[in-house]
Design a protein around this ligand. Sequence first.
Ligand code: NAD
Ligand code: IPM
Ligand code: MN
Length: 343
Amino acid sequence: MTHRIAVIAGDGAGPEVVAEARKAVDALGLALEWHDLPWGTAHYQETGAMMPPDALDVVRGYDAVVLGAVGDPSVPDHVTLWGLLLPLRQRLDLWANVRPARLLDGVPSPLAARPEVDMLFVRENTEGEYSGVGGRAHAGLPLEVGLETSVFTRAGIRRVVEYAFTLAAKRRGLVTSATKSNASRYGYVLWDEVVDEVAAVHPDVRSERVLVDALAARMVRSPMSLDVVVASNLFGDVLTDIAAELQGGMGMAASASVAPGADTPGIFEPVHGSAPDIAGKGIANPFGAIWSAVLMLEHLGEQDAADRLMRAVEAVCREGIRTRDVGGSATTSEVGDAVAARV
Ligand code: NAD
Ligand code: IPM
Ligand code: MN
């Protein structure tokens, strides 16, 4: 069966890193077709919309989506992101955002001690602080108010926490849940209760609740004390940028937005954004995008191909063919070429 993959290369450095992910996957020789969906800020400039009105149906016709990045300095970020990425995640109900953070051999760490890093983040991906509920009143007046309401549902928390426990059982057996239920009294308190309920039916997995500020500190101080971290949408977003740095830099980090148990196409995207400061220079690190393709192959049931691609990424990192953000001097396409050659 041929895998049909939609490509939303998007903005800025997105197309540069996605091209290398495609190159690397093509080298595996799988039965796989790419279909470009030219959505993003250029589409917005032409049509007034980031993606066409039937976008959800279009995407549902594929087995997976590879996404580069969305966001351009010419348009406010809330317009571009709420025009494309966030509605796709939310309306396709891709409720788990899975983000591995592993420091690969050869990649320099920003920390002098170069601690080992091997964490897996499971970020709630459709609700919480990203629910899109809110509004503004008294527009333009001095008493103008902006409301942004976090929505936490028992079902929404439960499924993502359950999933984190399932993943931890296959790893080092620890789930750390991040909340802020000292300052907040409702949503995160419900979250903590659900974690305790799920923990009670998973005696095989150890679990702990950690306040998110303390967790951020612990990630830097003793990363190997963490295995699977489950967090709300916003906390997961922030923590995974810290995690990206712990694995060498923003350009290394990979991500999968998926709906475990459903046959909805997942969105596989690096953690980083459109990197306008380096876009167009051929120096963006493609490893995050390539690693995201590894996650896609796993999700498509192509475990052997995923393992081959990951081994190629590890070998190329070890050999030193890396972009300048991770201590090398290679260009984006030289890294992609090297990975494709080793595949
Ligand atoms: P960013 O991740 O684009 O950039 C932050 C820093 O990391 C920059 O210094 C950048 O040069 C560096 N960086 C990012 N990707 C890199 C790569 N592949 N190789 C080397 N260095 C890399 O974050 P930002 O600057 O806050 O956001 C820029 C735009 O991207 C904004 O419009 C934002 O909304 C958007 N954004 C989109 C996504 C997404 O589509 N998934 C994610 C994050 C940010
Ligand atoms: C990410 C990004 C997005 C998020 C933005 C661009 C909306 O930062 O995927 O980490 O916050 O989820
Ligand atoms: Mn982010």
